[in-house]
Design a protein around this ligand. Structure first.
Ligand code: AGP
Length: 368
């Protein structure tokens, strides 16, 4: 299979910029735009109304997509989610009630630990659904039902477009579950489907901050460490931001739930510590602002990623504010993923690392 970089310097840059398009393709597969509803195969091997909980297993970035989905399934479908990293889950021998649903998430569909978790779940009588980008992969073949992402081949070792396409599929699954379980009314579903349908356009708008992020990356490249904070669905995004930065720039980074700051990581804050705060102006925005004040009081350098309302309401001096378009809270993880990816990308380019093939990493981890 031949894939080229087009007019981009790296596959990662190309894949970041492809997101409005591939998320659009993925949406087209799971949304009926005329009926304004989600659209899943009719012969699903499980019944949303009979489930008492869902298990999600994955590794790395795919795991973080699952962590976002936990918030969605619990909020929109009142379906509790147990999520775990596949390498922990597989040896934990978690007791599972027969007839449950397990969802595996994997770009490659070949990750050894995720495959082992899948086999464990099957052995425990679970129906296994997988969200994969490679339909002919082992994980896809061994699943009872496959929900493909339509990201196209992802070449960069750092996952970008596969992540947002996984989020797209998972959002549609959560809405379909919510509708089936009677948690969402047809009108609720319509509103949320509309919000998802806007994502490609919002992503294209979000990409316009690239020059600002490129300039910012020059300062970030000088930092030995970085801290990412977020609450709610921005918390998994903080973890993803830190993972992306570590992988390709080799700068040590940590992601934390903003509310955990006082329970330890605040000790790290001084004038040299960049703190990237992901805070759309949502219901818990004010809580994150108080965490930013704690950071500011200790001289931490805040890089705030928010929207126009958030930028106005944040009563704190941020060294830099990156303004995203405004959007419904449901879709912020999809769109805010882009500035996070761009920040890691430009920092790595500035440092001169091998962005598409970072040291010590493989695209698909087929060994345990
Ligand atoms: C992401 O940037 C990583 N390179 C890595 O964490 C990856 O997401 C993980 O290895 C899972 O791979 P998979 O989606 O192919 O299963």
């Amino acid at each position: 299979l031949m894939v080229d970089k087009g007019n981009h310097r790296h596959f990662m840059a190309k894949e970041i910029h492809e997101q409005p398009e591939v998320v659009g393709h993925t949406l087209a597969r799971y949304i009926d735009f005329t009926g304004e509803t989600t659209k899943l195969p009719e012969d699903l091997p499980f019944d949303w109304t009979k489930l008492s909980r869902v298990v999600i297993c994955a590794c790395g970035t795919a795991y973080l997509a699952g962590l976002v989905a936990k918030y969605w399934f619990e909020r929109y479908a009142r379906l509790p989610v147990d999520i775990d990293i596949a390498s922990e889950f597989r040896y934990r021998e978690m007791p599972l009630d027969k007839g449950g649903l397990a969802i595996m998430i994997s770009q490659s569909g070949e990750t050894a630990d995720t495959l082992a978790a899948l086999r464990y779940c099957k052995g425990e009588g679970q129906t296994v659904a997988s969200v994969v980008n490679v339909p002919e992969s082992t994980i896809a073949r061994e699943s009872h039902v496959v929900f493909p992402t339509v990201a196209g081949p992802e070449i960069g070792v750092a996952s970008t477009k596969a992540f947002t396409c996984q989020l797209t599929v998972l959002a549609c699954l959560a809405l379909a579950a919510g509708r089936a379980r009677g948690v969402l009314s047809p009108d609720d579903e319509k509103t949320l489907v509309h919000a998802l349908a806007e994502v490609p356009r919002l992503m294209a708008a979000a990409l316009r901050v690239e020059p600002q992020i490129e300039a910012l990356a020059k300062t970030l490249a000088k930092a030995p460490d970085a801290l990412y904070l977020g609450r709610g669905t921005s918390y998994p995004l903080a973890l993803e931001g830190a993972l992306k930065l570590k992988e390709i720039s080799y700068i040590h980074a940590e992601g934390y739930a903003a509310g955990e700051l006082k329970h330890g990581p605040i000790a790290l804050i001084d004038e040299t510590m960049p703190v990237i705060v992901i805070a759309p102006h949502d219901q818990i925005f004010d809580k994150t602002v108080s965490n930013m004040q704690e950071v500011a009081a200790r001289g931490g350098r805040i890089i705030l990623i928010t929207d126009a309302k958030g930028a106005e309401a944040a009563t704190v001096d941020a060294a830099e504010t990156i303004v995203m378009p405004s959007m419904p809270a449901t879709v912020t993880p999809l769109v805010y993923a882009l500035p996070i990816q761009l920040l890691a990308y430009h920092t790595a380019v500035f440092m001169g690392t091998d962005v598409d093939q970072p040291r010590n990493l493989a695209k698909s981890v087929t060994v345990e």
